[in-house]
Design a protein around this ligand. Structure first.
Ligand code: IYR
Length: 227
């Protein structure tokens, strides 16, 4: 039986125009500095910051509020090593055989290759899983049934955006890594059949001498249209 909606008062702080601008500027200043970093320091990352960022990611809007995500936080060195080895095996195959020349050319300015040492030397790696469907257990019979999930790709994409922004605001550096195919992550991390790896995110402080590719974002005039 469908349940009826229950409403509650919205908790919303109406800000003064000055405060709105101040917050928007402060957020932009910090977020505009976000770069994908591949050179990390080995300094540990406070778990409180990771928990906070995942709490924020978990508050993202999702299709039918199904929250179709699982965030696996890995700090065990042996597990990170295992993931690095498996990711590099897939990536080597991709870079050397699966990716087209057009794709390799598009990536050339980033200077990436199949080697992924950052998976191992980040003190923390977050693997985000998308729950392609849910599992409902009947309280009486104990029988399991599939629950359809709506817009799970979009929902997890939004949650990852929240996650990256929260980690950036917390003063940490991230990298979005999508080794392809990612099935090995389900196996190594022992995830159930309804979950698909979505993205792997090494998190940490950048190395003191970290460098990033000299690439630019499109200006506002190129990405925004007013009608
Ligand atoms: N998954 C590979 C290749 C790669 C693909 C894209 I599209 C990028 O923006 C960056 C890398 C890798 O992680 O190296």
């Amino acid at each position: 039986m469908p349940s009826k909606p229950i409403f509650e008062p919205l908790d919303f702080d109406r800000l003064s125009a000055a405060e709105q601008s101040r917050r928007a500027d402060a957020f932009a200043r910090r977020l505009l500095k976000r770069r994908s970093v591949r050179h990390f320091s080995r300094e540990p990352v406070p778990m409180k910051l990771i928990e906070n960022a995942i709490r924020i990611a978990g508050s993202a809007p999702s299709g039918a509020n199904q929250q179709p995500w699982t965030f696996v936080v890995i700090s065990d060195p042996a597990l990170k090593r295992e993931i690095r080895i498996a990711a590099e095996a897939e990536e080597k195959e991709s870079y050397e055989r699966r990716m087209s020349q057009e794709w390799l050319d598009a990536l050339a300015p980033l200077g990436t290759d199949w080697r992924k040492p950052h998976i191992e030397d980040a003190p923390c790696v977050i693997v985000v899983f998308r729950q392609a469907f849910g599992i409902r257990t009947d309280s009486e019979t104990g029988e399991e049934a599939r629950v359809l999930h709506y817009y799970s790709e979009e929902s997890v994409g939004i949650a990852v955006g929240f996650l990256l922004a929260a980690l950036q605001i917390s003063g940490l550096a991230t990298l979005t890594h999508t080794p392809s195919p990612m099935k090995f992550l389900s196996e190594i991390l022992d995830r159930p059949a309804n979950e698909r790896a979505f993205v792997l995110i090494p998190v940490r402080y950048p190395a003191a001498d970290a460098e990033v590719p000299a690439i630019k974002k499109k200006p506002l005039a190129e990405i925004m249209i007013r009608r």
